[in-house]
Write a protein that binds this ligand. Sequence first.
Ligand code: AMP
Ligand code: GLY
Length: 422
Amino acid sequence: MKILVVGGGAREHTLIWKLAQSPRTTQLFAAPGNAGTARIAKNLDIKDTDVNSLGEAVKSESIELVVVGPEAPLAVGVVDHFQALGVPVFGPTRQATEIESSKVFSKELMQKHGIPCAESVAFSDYAEAKRYVEQQTPPIVIKADGLASGKGVVVADSVTQAVETLSQFMEEKSLGASGDRVIIEEHLSGRETSAFVFTDGQTVLPLAYACDYKRVFDSDQGPNTGGMGSYSPPPFLTPELAKTVQETIMRPAVAAMTEEGRPYRGVLYGGLMITSEGLKVIEFNARMGDPEAQVVLPLLKTDLVEIILAVINGNLEQVKIELYEDACVGVAMAPGGYPGSYQTGYPITGLDELDEGVVVFHAGTKLAVDGQVLTSGGRTLTVVAKGKTTAQARKKVYDNISRIHFKDCHYRKDIALIRGGS
Ligand code: AMP
Ligand code: GLY
């Protein structure tokens, strides 16, 4: 099969790396891809949300299966477009993606169907939202309704900060239309973890659990990022807890989407908080996590093409998901200044000096004409290794990551050390 992966981050490089291992794969394409995907796939110079150009490329390259990585193309309806063209495509439709792309929809879904989540109120009027937060006790959690690349959630430590955030989102439109509506919700505390399942809208098969480290610096200091590292499996995720996650959250969410007339097919990502009052959903995402995919897919033994086709064809009940009994750790390398502004175009060295079994998934990289790999974006690389234990996997990553270098690069030194993510 000729397969196209839409997207160009480290999650998409990992998807391509895994799909390349399938006996059913004959050729891989990435749109737009990066310097890492260029080694195993043909990169197509097309933006991941450019639905029409993607459709034309699929026709001209005779591509037989499309796999969508990031949320932005899902939210603009890439899946609907390929379905209309009769091309097999993996991912939820635009309407089903609203479980991630509209926090108001997602909350209403959870409240209506009894899925445990933080108490919340939605507002589309700034004055009303302001009046409400003035009566709350900090910390106050404010969430923009729409997609915001990780910038749409603020945990305000004071009423003043909460009002400022509302003003930025709703009056100054700092996130564009994504901030037209907001949700103000109860602050949850506890251990955070993410659950990933495959579903065809009926059958729900657990893939894995992982923890993500969102703050840019060690010990959870500095601003939030897309995620600076991850590991799987979390040691505190006992079989009993996993059963509760599936029975009270993941399966009810899939059933709720079907009931609402928005059948969900693809990977569903549950962002969870294990609180003293039990499990609660922080958010749902309509895709694999990044950097979680980089540590989850290397643990998957089953052929990914087989799973994807079963999801598309609605016969996932015939698939058995098998995992390696290893642990996997991934650490992201970012340019100086990230997640704020940073320079790009620096050569990356050391990529060919790594121990066997260490894999580097690219995100913000591109190839120069002479074949040199150059930096081109934030969270430039994710360095990944497996081990019999998390400690072994962790040691392997850190023994190798210091051999890779680009100007002003930085990475967290404590990934998979503080158990439970952040
Ligand atoms: P989200 O984009 O919804 O995943 O939120 C980003 C991060 O904000 C989460 O990973 C949590 O660490 C934090 N967060 C979101 N909602 C809450 C909440 N209700 N209580 C505490 N922390 C939260
Ligand atoms: N790592 C967080 C996310 O993918 O949304």
